[in-house]
Design a protein around this ligand. Structure first.
Ligand code: FAD
Ligand code: 2HG
Ligand code: ZN
Length: 488
C-alpha cells in the first residue's frame, strides 16, 4: 500500500501519498519523525541479503506514540516491522513486502540507574555501547557484549535474545532482564519494569518477549541487572593445532580459571586470514603460527590482577607443556586486550568484505561443533559448488567456522562470489538435517527471522510449535506484528 502516515491532534491518520503536498508533509514529518526520504538503510539488512519495500518508517519518541500507532495499525490491519539497530543476521528487522517499519532509535533515554543494585532502566532504543558506557562510568558493565554493540539497540538484543561474547560468565538475557515495558499489537501497554531479582506472582510474561523477534509486541522499555565491572581483565590468544585440542584447552581453562573465566572463543585460521586481509590495521600477535588450524581467545574477569595473572600464566604453562597449543600470548595492557578482541569481533565484518556470505548460527554438542564446517565443505565440494583448486569456476570462495565454544555455539560462514540458488540448495536443508541428527539447534543466538522460520521443526516439536502459534494468535489475532517470519 502506498500510504503516508502522520500525527494529527493525537490521532493517526493515513493519507494516500498523492494527496499530500510537500508543505503538509514537511510539517507533519517533523512531528512524529516520519521519514519520507532515503529509506534504503531501513529496507536493507546488515548483510545486504534481505531487502524490503517499506515506504514508511515511523520513529516514535514515546511509549504513548508506539501505543497509538499500533492501535491504529491493528484496527486498519496494517502490518508492521519493529526495527532496532538493523544489525540482525536473519532478516527479521527489515520488511518482507511493504510493512510499516517502526524504528526505535528516537527512544534512547536512560531512565534510571540504581548504584546499589546495578539495575538500569532505559528505553528500548538505547544503543548497547551507550548503555555500557553509562553504567561503566558508575563502576558497572552490561552483562551482554557483542561485535555490533556500536549500532544494535538493547530492545533489539532482547528481541533476538542475543547471546554474545560473555554469556558463559554473565548468563542469558532470560536471567539478567528483570522487567520489560511492551506494547501489544492492539496498543495495550504491559508495564512490568520491575527492578526486583525475585518476583513469583503469576506467570513471568516478560520471558515471552525475550527472543520473540518483534512477533508479539514492541519492547519500549527495559530493566536490566548489570554486574560490577571487574578490577582485573586478562586476555590470551592461543594457536592450537586441531579442534580436539581446542576442547582440551577449554577443559583445562575451566579447571585452572573456572571462577574468573569470562569468555572462551575460537576461530579457524581461515577466519584469521580473512581478518588480516580486510581489516588492515590488525596484526596477528602470534606470528609464525601458520600451521595452527585454530585460535582460542580466552578472557578472565577478576578482582585481583596479580592473582589472576598468576593463574592464567599457570594455565598457559600447562597448555604448552601438554602441547595443547603451539604458541600463546598474554595481552599486556588495555591496548593489546583491545587488539586481540578486535580480531575476533572483526570476523563478521571481514567475511562481509569478502563477498556474499551464508551464515549458519548453530548449537551443537561440543564434540561435533566444528565437524559441521567439515561436512558442509565436503558436501559443497561433492556437489561441485566449491572447487578449491579452480577459483575461476568455483561459486564458493571459502568455508569457515568460529564462535562461542563456551556456549556450544558455532558460526559457520560460507563465503561465495554472489548469492546464488545453487549454493543455497547445496547447503539447505543439509545443515539443518545434520544439526537435528546431532541433537543441536538450528538457531543458537541469532533467531529465526525470515531465514529460518520455515525450518523451525528441525528444532521444535509440532506440539511446541502449536502452543507458540496459539500464543501468537492470542496476542496478535490480526497477525500485524512482523509477519512472514519467525512462526510461518
Ligand atoms: P534489529 O536487527 O533491528 O532487529 C532484530 C529483530 O528484533 C527483528 O526481528 C526486529 O523486528 C526485532 N526488534 C528490534 N527491536 C525491537 C523492539 N524494540 N521490540 C520488538 N522487536 C524488536 N548476535 C548474538 O547473539 N551474538 C553476537 O555475538 C552477535 N554479534 C554480532 C556481530 C555483528 C558484527 C553483527 C552485525 C551482528 C551480531 N549479532 C550477534 C546479531 C544480533 O542479533 C544483533 O546484533 C542484535 O541483537 C540485534 O539488535 P538490533 O537492535 O540491531 O535489532
Ligand atoms: C559473532 O559471534 C556473531 O561474531 C556473528 O554472532 C556471527 O556473523 C556471524 O556468523
Ligand atoms: Zn555469535
Amino acid at each position: 500500500i502506498s500510504i503516508l502516515s502522520h500525527w494529527c491532534d493525537g490521532k493517526l491518520e493515513i493519507l494516500a501519498e498523492d494527496e499530500v503536498n510537500n508543505e503538509d508533509a514537511e510539517s507533519i514529518l517533523g512531528k512524529l519523525g516520519v521519514l519520507e526520504f532515503d529509506l534504503e538503510s531501513y529496507n536493507v539488512d546488515w548483510m545486504k541479503k534481505y531487502k524490503g519495500k517499506s515506504e514508511i518508517v515511523l520513529r516514535p519518541k514515546s511509549v504513548q506514540e508506539v501505543s497509538e500507532v499500533l492501535k491504529y495499525c491493528n484496527s486498519e490491519n496494517l502490518a508492521v516491522c519493529p526495527q532496532g539497530g538493523n544489525t540482525g543476521l536473519v532478516g527479521g528487522g527489515v520488511s518482507v513486502f511493504d510493512e510499516i517499519i517502526i524504528q526505535l532509535g528516537r527512544m534512547n533515554e536512560i531512565r534510571s540507574f540504581d548504584e546499589q543494585s546495578g539495575v538500569a532502566v532505559c528505553d528500548a532504543g538505547v544503543i548497547l555501547e551507550n548503555l555500557d558506557n553509562f553504567v561503566g562510568e558508575r563502576g558497572y558493565m552490561c552483562p551482554l557484549d557483542l561485535g555490533a554493540k556500536g549500532t544494535c539497540q538493547i530492545g533489539g538484543n532482547i528481541s533476538t535474545n542475543a547471546g554474545g561474547l560473555r554469556l558463559l560468565r554473565y548468563g542469558s538475557l532470560h536471567g539478567t532482564v528483570l522487567g520489560l515495558e511492551v506494547v501489544l499489537a492492539d496498543g495495550t501497554v504491559l508495564n512490568n519494569l520491575s527492578m526486583l531479582r525475585k518476583d513469583n506472582t503469576g506467570l513471568d510474561l516478560k520471558q515471552l518477549f525475550i527472543g520473540a523477534e518483534g512477533s508479539l509486541g514492541i519492547v519500549t522499555g527495559v530493566s536490566i541487572l548489570t554486574p560490577k565491572k571487574p578490577n582485573s581483565v586478562n586476555v590470551a590468544l592461543l594457536a592450537v593445532p586441531n579442534y580436539e585440542f581446542v576442547l582440551e584447552n577449554f577443559k583445562l581453562a575451566k579447571s585452572h580459571l573456572g571462577e574468573i573465566l569470562s569468555a572462551f572463543e575460537f576461530f579457524d585460521s581461515k577466519s584469521l586470514q580473512l581478518v588480516l586481509k580486510h581489516l588492515n590495521q590488525l596484526r596477528n600477535p602470534l606470528p609464525n603460527t601458520e600451521d595452527s588450524k585454530f585460535y582460542v581467545l580466552l578472557e578472565t574477569h577478576g578482582s585481583n590482577f596479580e592473582h589472576d595473572q598468576e593463574k592464567i600464566e599457570m594455565f598457559l604453562e600447562a597448555a604448552m607443556e601438554k602441547e595443547f597449543c603451539s604458541n600463546g600470548s598474554l595481552a599486556q595492557g588495555e591496548g593489546q586486550v583491545r587488539d586481540i578482541w578486535a580480531i575476533r569481533e572483526g570476523i563478521p565484518e571481514a567475511c562481509g568484505k569478502e563477498g556474499a556470505v551464508y551464515k549458519y548460527d548453530i548449537s551443537l554438542p561440543l564434540k561435533s561443533l566444528y565437524s559441521l564446517c567439515e561436512v558442509v565443505e565436503k558436501k559443497l565440494i561433492n556437489d561441485k559448488i566449491y572447487l578449491p583448486n579452480d577459483f575461476e569456476n568455483s561459486l564458493v570462495k571459502q568455508v569457515l567456522g568460529y564462535g562461542h565454544v563456551g556456549d556450544g555455539n558455532i558460526h559457520l560462514n560460507i563465503s561465495a562470489k554472489q548469492y546464488d540458488s545453487r549454493v543455497l540448495n547445496s547447503i539447505e536443508p543439509f545443515v539443518y538435517e545434520f544439526t537435528k541428527k546431532n541433537q543441536g539447534s538450528i538457531s543458537a543466538e541469532h533467531g529465526l527471522g525470515v531465514m529460518k522460520g520455515k525450518f523451525i521443526s528441525y528444532s521444535k516439536s509440532d506440539e511446541m510449535i502449536t502452543v507458540m502459534k496459539n500464543i501468537k494468535n492470542l496476542l496478535d489475532p490480526n497477525g500485524i506484528m512482523n509477519p512472514y517470519k519467525f512462526l510461518v
